[in-house]
Design a protein around this ligand. Structure first.
Ligand SMILES: [Zn+2]
Length: 255
């Protein structure tokens, strides 16, 4: 059967209320498992391990079949002096300074990834197998660090990357539905774009839907999300990245 992967981006103590509501509605629609992209210390505004209620909530969700995925460490990229035009464009305009892993040197990327692994090991939940960079911006050095830190897969806007395989064969094309809510015209464009992409993806084995907190706060966006999810579930089963068929081998528990 074809599959639908719903991923919730930017899960942290700061966004827990909106995701609690979102998860309830998704479950009512039939999506009872999602991939949760968790930020360990969202904008340096409170580490997840300092919030016991948040940790229990994550553990409970993992117990119900949701997948925990590491999503950056701070989800923030400080502006640097002497940036090239391209660096400024990509990281500020496109991501509003959230592209934490876009150009991190390998050592620093590795340090944050290792810290994240340690943090997640404190939870009573399966160790994350996936690392997904904020805004899907993963630079070359950071990507090597993700592999060396022992993560098995990452994703981009355009597909899923099995990190155990060579880049050329490990990439599974699967463009994600995703909304941009920053202003009125972006929302309008997003609605049209996602409706068309949804039709184009009809025959694909794996459909991905990536949701962010603002999607829930804009009624027309959320209405479309609900409609597309309902339609997709007529012929797809909801899965997480970890259990989906796109990543071809069943993942053994890391030792
Ligand atoms: Zn994010």
């Amino acid at each position: 059967m074809k599959e639908l992967i719903v991923s919730l981006h930017d899960v942290s103590p700061l966004t827990r209320p909106v995701f609690t509501a979102m998860l309830e509605e998704l479950a009512a629609l039939g999506v009872e498992r999602t991939s949760l992209l968790v930020i360990p210390d969202h904008h340096h505004r409170g580490h997840m391990l300092a919030d016991v209620g948040f940790c229990r909530w994550l553990e409970e969700l993992a117990g119900k079949g949701h997948e925990l995925v590491v999503h950056g460490y701070y989800h923030q990229r400080p502006a640097r002096p002497h940036e090239t035009w391209r660096q400024r464009g990509v990281t500020r305009v496109y991501t509003l300074g959230e592209g934490e892993f876009y150009d991190l040197p390998k050592n620093e990327a590795f340090r944050r990834l290792a810290q994240a692994k340690e943090d997640f090991a404190r939870l009573d939940a399966p160790a994350p197998l996936g690392f997904i960079a904020p805004a899907w911006l993963l630079g070359g050095e950071a990507r090597r660090a993700v592999f060396e830190a022992g993560f098995r897969y990452t994703t981009y806007l355009t597909g899923i990357q099995d990190l155990r395989a060579p880049a050329s064969v490990g990439f599974i094309p699967a463009r994600s539905l995703v909304y941009s809510c920053r202003n009125h015209w972006r929302r309008a464009v997003s609605l049209g774009w996602n409706a068309r992409l949804f039709s184009r993806l009809k025959d694909h084995a794996t459909m991905r839907l990536s949701l962010h907190p603002p999607d829930y706060q804009h009624p027309r966006i959320w209405q479309q999300v609900r409609r597309l999810v309902g339609e997709a579930l007529r012929e797809r089963r909801p899965v997480t990245y970890r259990e989906g068929q796109a990543l071809p081998l069943a993942w053994p528990e890391p030792g």
